[in-house]
Design a protein around this ligand. Sequence first.
Ligand code: C2E
Ligand code: CA
Ligand code: CA
Length: 431
Amino acid sequence: MLRVLTQEAFHGAPCVLLGIDMDGFKSVNDLRGHDVGDRVLMEVGGRLRMHLRPGDAVARLGGDEFAVLMWATEDEAEAAALRLLDALGAPYEQDGGVVFLSASIGMAAAETAGDVETLMRNADLALRYAKLRGKSRVERYRPAYDRTLRRRITLEHELRGAIERDELRVVFQPVVALPSARPVGAETLLRWTHPELGPVGPDEFIPAAEESELITKLGRWVLDQACRRLAEWLRDGYDVWVSVNVSPRELHAPDYVGHVAEALRTHRVPPQRLVLEVTEHAVATDLDELCRRLRALRDTGVRIALDDFGAGYSSLGQLRDLPVDILKIDRKLVVASEPLVDVVVRLGHRLGLEVLAEGISAPAHLAVVEASGCRFGQGFLFGGGVPAEHLEARLRAASPEHRVPAAAGHGRSAISAGQIAPAVDGEDASG
Ligand code: C2E
Ligand code: CA
Ligand code: CA
């Protein structure tokens, strides 16, 4: 490929270089072993070759990275790249179970570069950009990517010392019971303010942390903060639960269950008061493995919420098999489409799950959610993320009977309005 690039790419017919990388391939090796990983890679190579057009060239750059050189215009190449995406995204039948993978593709036309090195770099930048924008997609190189990626690299670097430099905070966004609108829980959300960069949103820095092992460290810190506050609130007699977001990468770390158990023990938090939010994205990779991890977590007594449900990753069919307790309806659904909210709420209730609607930011959203019979809500209409002290003030204001002595939050305590019912002994939610 290098030879063709050097000798022909910059004289004559238009050509486009595609950089291809399999999303989350590392977890195939980690979870299924290197033999399966090797066989999947061979299959990837085979599928690439099968979809080449005469004259095109394919190469493996290393690991799970491939490149394809296409003699085509950018538009033609993009259409071909989308077909490749489909081909590479089809299930990989392996001994011991099917592997599901997606690919990300970055493309750069020779005319965006003056030499082979720059062309390869541009294709790689576009590829990294495709990963950044959610993977399983094709991106064309644009000069602006250089800036975005430079920022990403800065963030990753600066985030490393953020805990030690005391730049991180957690805030708590109230979850309310409907229709009373009384706060019954809170979601822990991470905040980062860097001395020079200023506030950086989690939508920007969490993905940066997820690409490295850093997310594990951040996640443990957040879990600890959340449990500490939760323990205080329960000691003070509030009937409340707290949720924490868990990244797929944390979930698949071998010692994650141990960390959760340890945090519960350290802070003496009754497990059913802690909810772990697992995003729908995690479902896309390996359902069986995910179920095993979730069951192990649930065995500690914590409850699991499926976050961002309806954002388009997992199917309704998979929902039946997932050991989860709570369904969080994605705000896109809440904001856009009333009939779907209704369907999801009914489905959730039929499966024995509690259902919570996210992103309620206007009375109109609330009306739709309430009409569907949904019992829990969250969103700017009820308040965004606030420091622990502010959430506590909310809890206090909502509980005139507060300070009735309560057994550190076991079972029913002072304020029981609308508490999400603990799941039955870690049974499947599908009963
Ligand atoms: P998420 O888990 O879906 O969290 C809800 C996000 O929606 C939060 O954004 C919240 O501020 C925002 N939100 C809440 N109500 C409304 C509303 O009514 N309208 C609108 N437009 N937005 C609303 P935030 O805090 O920026 O967090 C973004 C994402 O970052 C979270 O999405 C979550 O996936 C991730 N994240 C935040 N903290 C953590 C953390 O500690 N660990 C991990 N792994 N991920 C985190
Ligand atoms: Ca969440
Ligand atoms: Ca969410």
